[in-house]
Design a protein around this ligand. Structure first.
Ligand SMILES: [Zn+2]
Length: 290
């Protein structure tokens, strides 16, 4: 059974996975330095008796090298090679959105498709492209960074250094931040603390919730239409915390998308809700090693 290791900014979660099901899992806090993270990963790997190991990293990864990861001190480290030297085992290291899409294609909602776009909606917006059953990493490991599609000139600053990226406008976290500013500017609302959950719940009755909700579905619909028009995939699969309220927003975002997508694609590309939510990071990482 493969071992999946999901390295996050605050915790490292890991476990063994059989046919898309978690057999057991554990977690530890993410250490503060690269050396300690590598030691912790080597410990986990050495305590595992098998030799199918996948690691998901929230950042750009190319051929086992972590090229850039903003929240974990692993940038520039050849993680696959370093861990191989320490443990003697072969280890697959991938971007976590790519791992998510591989898991959904192998065991989840996108099973049976070969040309798939994956989108994760959470703190940021992650992306993955699978063509002919293969993940497209890009020439520099930065393929499928959909979150950094620029959709608004002079829009909000993005963590990447640019402005108006879809991630800085319409990720659930960005919508919450935007709504907080609007609330402080006097926009009427009953929401005491702004959260995406409340925005979804109150969208039909609360002025600010409605405007924030509209902003979310308009920008997601537009951005996904761009992707459909570029890639013409068989299906688009959505994951991350944003799909917890999928049943509320999917139809409205799809309606906007369907107005913008090319006539030849209208109604042709299904939007799928990720099968894996809890443990998606571990299952995705394990899928790398199957
Ligand atoms: Zn950006």
């Amino acid at each position: 059974m493969p071992l999946g290791i999901d390295v996050g900014g605050t915790k490292i979660a890991y476990g063994e996975v059989e046919n898309g099901k978690i057999i057991w899992k554990k977690q530890i806090p993410t250490p503060q330095t690269a050396e300690n993270i590598i030691d912790a990963l080597a410990d986990i790997i050495e305590n595992y008796t098998g030799d199918s190991i996948g690691i998901g990293i929230p950042g750009q990864v190319k051929d086992g090298v972590v090229l850039f990861t903003p929240n974990i001190p692993l940038t520039g480290i050849n993680l696959a090679h370093t861990l191989h030297n320490q443990t003697g085992k072969h280890i697959y290291v991938e971007n976590d959105a790519n791992a998510f899409l591989i898991a959904e294609a192998r065991w989840g909602a996108a099973k049976g498709y070969k040309h798939i776009i994956g989108i994760t909606l959470g703190t940021g917006i992650g992306g993955a492209i699978m063509l002919n059953g293969q993940i497209w990493q890009g020439a520099h490991g930065a393929g499928a960074e959909f979150g950094h599609m620029a959709v608004m000139e002079d829009g909000p600053m993005c963590g990447c250094g640019s402005r108006g990226c879809i991630e800085a406008i319409a990720s659930p976290r960005s919508i919450e931040k935007w709504a907080e500013v609007e609330k402080n500017n006097g926009m009427p609302t009953a929401m005491e603390h702004i959260s995406m959950v409340d925005i979804m719940k109150l969208k039909d009755t609360d002025t600010l919730a409605k405007i924030a909700y509209d902003r979310f579905v308009r920008y997601i619909g537009m951005a996904v239409a761009n992707l459909a028009n570029i890639f013409d995939p068989e299906a688009i699969v959505f994951g991350g915390s944003g799909v917890l309220s999928w049943e509320i927003w999917q139809k409205d975002a799809y309606a906007i998308y369907n107005r913008r997508v090319l006539p030849s694609l209208k109604g042709k590309i299904p939007w799928l809700k990720a099968h894996f939510s809890n443990n998606a990071g571990i299952i995705g990482a394990a899928a790398l090693a199957v």
